[in-house]
Design a protein around this ligand. Structure first.
Ligand SMILES: O=C(O)CCC(=O)C(=O)O
Ligand SMILES: [Fe+2]
Length: 339
């Protein structure tokens, strides 16, 4: 699959030197594609993160699986493969600076290593606020509009080191990475290996280019919902055809989440937020549903402690009616719901 030559690639150094035009370009890419690549982002220690990732995934399985993914999006994910992806990952959720508290992480993640992860997350967070300030200005809002609803606490922004490992045989019925949208506000993906594909403006699958030193940025569901779907949360996936059983791929994803109590309704109008609260879903509920859909099967195997039980039917129906994201998946999977 070829890459389109018009895939948006934007130079982050323009944030300082040419803010208005840069913000316009970020907005246009987010509106039309929902994806772009940011060069010159200057996020330090990306190589070091790959190093930590390689060292960790090389450990014996029982050492990696000492602590499996929990509802804070912290822990090892890959003890058993889920229907979501043929990959393994280790996620560092939690509010900023809290990884030391009581980390649901294998002991290999010592305090100095966790400090490196915290520092890396902090660098990503800063740039995520810069990117969201571009979106805010273009929406006619205050430059810092999105800061208050993205405080990096409750639930916090997870960083996830991901490895798509080699297999002796292709696992049955499991995609390399199933097509999905992300559920937060924006996502950063660092990788040096091609394979990621996205639904382009013409609704065709296209390869996301791999640009050394660049980071892929995509708009996720919450940001799309909060901008009345003006900004696009695009489907993306990885196929076995590109990242085959005999191939390996590493990526590092940083998921920017809105605060749990953020209401996922249009922020660009004067709609009364109280009224919106009654009809719209909060991020807390949306996250719960998406986590359940993605990791629920692992939980059934006793592999992940993601709490999926407290979603009531009405919330579930509202999510179906949002007409966004994994609508198909939401339709087809019958969760356990409390009544
Ligand atoms: O590994 C990648 O390139 C993308 C990962 C991804 O889309 C996700 O984990 O949501
Ligand atoms: Fe994704």
């Amino acid at each position: 699959m070829s890459t389109r030559t018009d895939f948006p690639v934007l130079d982050f150094s323009r944030y300082k030197t040419d803010f208005d035009a840069f913000a316009r370009d970020i907005f246009m890419a987010s509106e039309e594609w929902g994806f772009f690549i940011l060069t010159n982002h200057n996020i330090p220690n990306v190589d070091r993160m790959y190093e930590l990732s390689t060292q960790f995934f090389d450990l014996p399985k029982d050492q990696k699986a000492e602590k499996t993914l929990d509802a804070t999006m912290t822990g090892y994910d890959g003890k058993n493969l889920t229907a979501f992806a043929a990959s393994e990952g280790v996620a560092f959720g939690m509010p900023a600076g809290r990884l030391f508290d009581k980390p649901n992480l294998p002991a290999w993640w010592t305090r100095p290593r966790l400090q490196e992860v915290e520092d890396f997350k902090a660098s990503c967070y800063d740039i995520s606020l810069n990117i969201m300030s571009c979106l805010a200005v273009q929406l006619g809002l205050e430059r810092s509009f999105f800061d208050a609803t993205h405080q990096h606490k409750d639930p916090g922004n997870p960083l996830k080191l991901i490895k798509y490992p080699r297999f002796e045989k292709q696992p049955d019925g499991i995609p390399r990475l199933s097509e999905h949208t992300d559920w937060g506000s924006i996502t950063f993906v660092f990788t040096e290996t091609p394979g990621l594909e996205m639904r382009d403006p013409e609704d065709q699958w296209t390869a996301v280019p791999t640009i050394p030193g660049g980071v892929v940025v995509n708009i996720a569901d919450s940001m799309s919902l909060r901008t009345n779907k003006k900004l696009k949360s695009a489907f993306h996936r990885i196929r076995w055809d590109t990242v085959g059983v005999d191939k390996e791929r590493l990526s590092i994803a940083y998921f920017v989440h809105p605060n749990n109590d953020a209401v996922l309704s249009d922020v660009t109008t004067d709609a009364d937020p109280k009224e919106a609260k009654e009809t719209a879903i909060t991020y807390r509920d949306y996250l719960k549903i998406r986590l359940g859909l993605t990791f629920g099967s692992a939980r059934e195997d006793g592999d992940a402690g993601v709490d999926f039980d407290t979603v009531d039917n009405a919330t579930y129906e509202r999510v179906k009616n949002l007409g966004i994201a994994n609508y198909g998946a939401i339709e087809s999977i019958q969760p356990e719901v409390s009544t």
